[in-house]
Design a protein around this ligand. Sequence first.
Ligand SMILES: C[S@@+](CC[C@H](N)C(=O)[O-])C[C@H]1O[C@@H](n2cnc3c(N)ncnc32)[C@H](O)[C@@H]1O
Length: 388
Amino acid sequence: MSLTGTAADPPHVAADRLLAIIEARFGDGLESARAASASGPRPGAEGLRRAYLDLLKLCLCDLAGTRTLSVARTTQGDVMSRELVGDQLRFRTAGLDWPLQGLTMVGLARLDDLQACVESISRDGVAGDVIEAGSWRGGASILIRATLDALGGDPRTVWVADSFQGFPEAQPNGREGYDLSVDLAGCDFLAVPLDEVKASFARFGLRRGVNFVPGFFEDTLPALSDRRWSIVRLDGDTYDATRLALESLYPGLAVGGYLIVDDYLPLEECRQAVDDFRREHGITEPIEEVDWSCARWRRQREPAANGSTAPTRAAPRGAGGRRAAPVTRAPRVRVPAIEEVALRHEVSELRHRLTAAEAERDWFAASPLRGPRAWMGRRLRRALRSKA
Ligand SMILES: C[S@@+](CC[C@H](N)C(=O)[O-])C[C@H]1O[C@@H](n2cnc3c(N)ncnc32)[C@H](O)[C@@H]1O
């Protein structure tokens, strides 16, 4: 199958092409996707804790039921949901797609690692709360809260920071070709209201010990720069969001704490923000890859006293010094199923043909002799061709 689409592609072809494009680029991620299964309950507190968290991860990824639905965005601009079947389920387990109903985009291996980081800071007594900057529907933060609660007696608060209205107005990068911030700002699917996220925490019985931080990072994160963190998880994708979160939160990361960057490997501008920050602040702790997308390091030393390697305090920034502004979005609408989009395409094609037929009928009706003349002309041409 060609990987470049045409506007005439039916939705199924366009959606399959999208999976093929992802597979071509992230085949390794798919290959190493872990199975969608849980360990199952074992007697004893530790066995039950592990089973609960395994089950929770399947639920958060929408891998616990009989059908898993994924959202596809085609190059023609259609946004639609489709069922992942058979081997396609690996796209969800690897976190390579957007789930229609799941509460996190993150895949199972990355959630396993997040759980292990939380267990590690708790076991090692690393001081500080945990924050996720860029929570979307909140699934990864739900896992953090659940892991802390299941360990028992850990008093940390989980901070959940997001605009809760999607990406801010794009700050174009000025380069030709694909522009991540323009693409993501235009995506209404990424705008999840705060009430919906709060309701998801409540559904899992995880109301306590959670602080929501609604608003654009530019307006909210600098105010958190005096706090102490044991885990900082960054999932804001763009250069500005990642850079601002690092400037605001890294100074508070305790020694032994984890800095996790969800999109370090595939998103060039996210990686650039991290690399710039590390270079400017003399951070040398080795970066470890978690899966095809995520990377992290564990802080090994306090900032230098002379300030040369100490991260600076955050200042609101953005391309051209503009502050983040919300995108005007249509009210939240249901994502149509691929079959509905296919029917819409068929109906539009039929309408097009009907309009053309009606125009032809009107043309004939305007001059009654045109029809017979045209018929005669066709016959004559056919007769001449057969003689020639
Ligand atoms: C890729 S999603 C996060 C996925 C999520 N961590 C999960 O587990 O599925 C990125 C999120 O970052 C948020 N975001 C991006 N830029 C932001 C900014 N400047 N201020 C606040 N939120 C922002 C978006 O609203 C979106 O919810």
